[in-house]
Ligand binder design. Structure first.
Ligand code: SF4
Ligand code: SF4
Length: 198
């Protein structure tokens, strides 16, 4: 069987398989109820053990008594543009995949944990069975089917928006601009693709 010539291929039909996008997320902490529904949804989606969390919750107090408030801050992989986990991986097992999603190839991982120690967001956890690190992958298999990541679908406060950071007219970019969303620890130079409103 001979291969079709390039000009005979329907490139548009295949475009969906390799979407040109730079995926990111906004999390509006003022709308987050701290219910952890996203964490539970993530555990179900990824079939994680009860004690394993890709989304970790931190709390931060603001103000002085009696005018104080408490913010719940869910933190998962920030899918950094400059990911130290990728740069410090000696085998190339950690890499930036389609859509800028940071992924782990468990077949190339030697379990050295350099990526875990170099992640300033503490986003990776060790899979005790395979002895390799795991983390949020923006539910890439679901998004390639046109679905939203599970944490977005399970969020009861509509606090999360997922989308393409390269689409200036998209809901994500508009929300980032309108709500003045910011990344966590921009001083680290990791350039997260995850933005928070607080
Ligand atoms: S948050 Fe951590 S694991 Fe995720 S891309 Fe950034 S450095 Fe890597
Ligand atoms: S995007 Fe998917 S894998 Fe990542 S935290 Fe949310 S549910 Fe879990």
């Amino acid at each position: 069987m001979s291969l079709p010539a390039l000009w005979e291929l329907d490139l548009c039909a295949n475009w969906e398989v390799f979407p040109v996008a730079r995926y990111g997320m906004l999390l509006d902490l003022t709308a987050c109820a701290g219910c952890m529904a996203c964490t539970v949804g993530c555990q179900m989606q990824n079939e994680l053990a009860p004690e394993v969390h890709y989304i970790k919750f931190y709390q931060q107090e603001f103000g002085t008594f009696p005018d104080v408030s408490l913010l719940n801050i869910p933190v998962q992989c920030q899918h950094c543009e400059n990911p130290p986990c990728v740069y410090n991986c000696p085998t190339g097992a950690s890499y930036i995949g389609d859509g800028g999603i940071v992924l782990i190839d468990e077949h190339r991982c030697i379990g050295c944990k350099y990526c875990m120690t170099s992640c300033p967001y503490n986003a990776r956890v060790l899979d005790e069975e395979t002895k390799t690190p795991v983390k949020c992958v923006f539910c890439f298999e679901q998004i390639h089917k046109g679905e939203q990541p599970m944490c977005v679908r399970t969020c009861i406060g509509d606090a999360r928006i997922f989308g393409d950071l390269d689409d200036p007219e998209g809901e994500l970019v508009r929300a980032i601009n309108e709500r003045h969303a910011r990344p966590l620890r921009p001083d680290l130079g990791t350039e997260p693709k995850f933005f928070y409103v607080w």
